[in-house]
Design a protein around this ligand. Structure first.
Ligand SMILES: Cc1cc2nc3c(=O)[nH]c(=O)nc-3n(C[C@H](O)[C@H](O)[C@H](O)COP(=O)(O)OP(=O)(O)OC[C@H]3O[C@@H](n4cnc5c(N)ncnc54)[C@H](O)[C@@H]3O)c2cc1C
Length: 455
């Protein structure tokens, strides 16, 4: 076949780009060339626009409470390690405290933070980029900004939603649910949608669902229900929050929430435990349960089951856990991927039954950072190097004055059951006395403390 001059130029141009970018797709060690599909991607993108690593490089994907804490604490422990933290978002917005923002108690600025501030204070590189492929053979991360090589990779990408129980693969239905009734358990646009829903609510039923499995932030849906009911009450809105809970009872801070539902919001909250949803019609706004109940709603935050972020599958490090689909296939004591010790998975993608919460991700991140520094210095990690993260979590039950209940727990490994359980757990569930008001102040200080820890 004869080639036109134009096609020939296109081809030779592409070849030139390919050679040049392969040559500059540098990493920490100029490691092996990338194979197959990855090589093509690499050739097109080249190295990401960040300085070459001077020493060992840790690449962290996901700048949530987990990734931010790990980046900061690695640099703190050993400033010589090169740390690159990546996130697809340009601005940080926290999930924790976001229920207070959605219900107008706190301003959006409270939960919104600057990734670059974290990078300046922590002396690491922040790269705003979306990771779309990971080649663990050549230790290369592929992003929309180009490739980055690593010595150690940390995957902390958080959760994705699993709508399959409700939609059975119907993607049109999933799109409707995601767009019209977002769960608002991944902070950002969903938080803003929820805020607008509450502000525009005139009257009727607002449905909040609670999923089964180990979902993100166990008290979150109950806290939100209290705050929406409180909003209706304060603003004299003829509205009711109907909580459809897949679980047989409130999953945490049970007494505190039950008593708030009854004493504060008797006319505003209906709690329905053990409720399995069999169908949702997003157009008629009707939910049908396993028992045949039909619940018509005016608006809703429909929280499906959660799963580990799909990046785990892309990296080939996913497995199903006893709680959820697709969590990280790691050694639970070292956080290292089974069969690839250079890759750590942390935060809400961990398969252990720890609380999927920011405080847990933060305290865990401090421990994992120390262990990564040890590992890069040649030390083997094991059950002996494990220590427990802490879960400290405040939940608001009403806004004026701000009152909150809380839980405080560590974890211990049960050798017989081969699983982790709570250790030294304590709760403060008396929202109606001075403790509740102190809890409200504690909540704000706890949130500010977490932002300081992360940035
Ligand atoms: C409404 C609500 C209330 C909550 N309340 C509390 C509370 O009271 N107390 C508490 O402790 N916790 C609470 N949480 C939970 C807490 O926010 C999460 O558990 C925590 O954020 C998990 O941290 P993480 O770093 O594992 O994941 P995330 O915070 O989800 O961070 C993951 C990051 O990875 C990035 N990412 C994902 N994929 C890619 C990719 N391919 N490329 C680049 N970047 C990527 C994402 O953009 C994100 O920034 C609440 C959450 C919500 C939504």
């Amino acid at each position: 076949m004869a080639l036109s001059r134009r096609s020939l130029m296109k081809l030779t141009g592409l070849a030139a780009v390919s050679v040049a970018t392969t040559a500059c797709a540098s990493g920490t060690s100029g490691g092996p060339q990338v194979a197959g599909k990855s090589a093509a991607t690499s050739a097109l993108l080249g190295a990401a626009p960040i300085p070459a690593a001077k020493g060992q490089r840790v690449v962290i994907v996901g700048a949530g409470p987990s990734g931010l804490t790990i980046a900061k604490n690695i640099k703190k422990a050993n400033p010589k390690i090169d740390v690159v933290l990546m996130d697809k978002r340009s601005v940080f917005m926290s999930g924790f405290i976001s229920n207070l923002v959605a219900t107008g108690v706190l301003p959006l600025e409270f939960i919104t933070h600057d990734f670059l501030e974290g990078a300046r204070n922590g002396n690491y590189t922040f790269l705003q980029a979306t990771v779309h492929e990971i080649d663990r053979t050549s230790k290369t991360v592929f992003t929309n900004e180009g490739t980055v090589k690593y010595d150690v990779l940390v995957l902390a990408p958080g959760i994705d939603y699993d709508y399959s129980k409700w939609t059975k693969g119907d993607l049109t239905l999933e799109k409707e649910l995601r767009t019209k009734f977002p769960a608002a358990f991944i902070a950002g646009s969903e938080t803003l949608s929820l805020k607008a829903k509450i502000e525009n609510f005139e009257e009727g039923v607002f449905v909040q669902t609670v999923p089964g499995g180990n979902y993100r932030c166990l008290p979150g849906p109950y806290e939100r229900s209290c705050l929406i009911a409180d909003y209706f009450k304060r603003n004299k809105i003829n509205g009711k929050v109907v909580i459809l809970d897949e679980n047989p009872n409130i999953t945490i801070k049970t007494d505190g929430f039950h008593s708030a539902f009854t004493k504060l919001y008797g006319d505003y909250i209906t709690y329905m435990p053990s409720t399995t949803i069999t169908s949702i019609d997003p157009f008629k706004k009707r939910i049908v349960t396993e028992l045949g109940e039909e619940i018509d709603f005016t608006d809703a935050a429909l929280y499906p089951r959660v799963r580990g972020n799909r990046l785990l599958e892309l990296a080939g490090v996913a497995k199903d856990s006893v709680f959820n689909k697709a969590e990280a296939n790691i050694d639970p004591f070292t956080y290292q991927v089974i069969g690839d010790k250079n890759v750590f998975c942390t935060g809400d993608v961990r398969p252990m039954g720890f609380s999927k919460s920011a405080n847990t991700a933060n305290t865990e991140g401090v421990i994992v950072a120390k262990n990564i520094v040890k590992y890069l210095a040649g030390e083997e990690l094991s059950q002996k190097t494990w220590s427990s993260p802490l879960t400290v979590c405040y939940s608001a039950v009403n806004a004026d004055p701000l009152r909150a209940i809380s839980v405080n727990a560590g974890y211990a490994y049960d050798e017989a059951k081969k699983s982790f359980g709570f250790a030294n757990a304590g709760t403060m569930e008396k929202w109606d006395g001075a403790e509740g008001v102190a809890g409200g102040k504690g909540l704000i200080e706890w949130g500010k403390g977490l932002y300081r820890e992360m940035f």
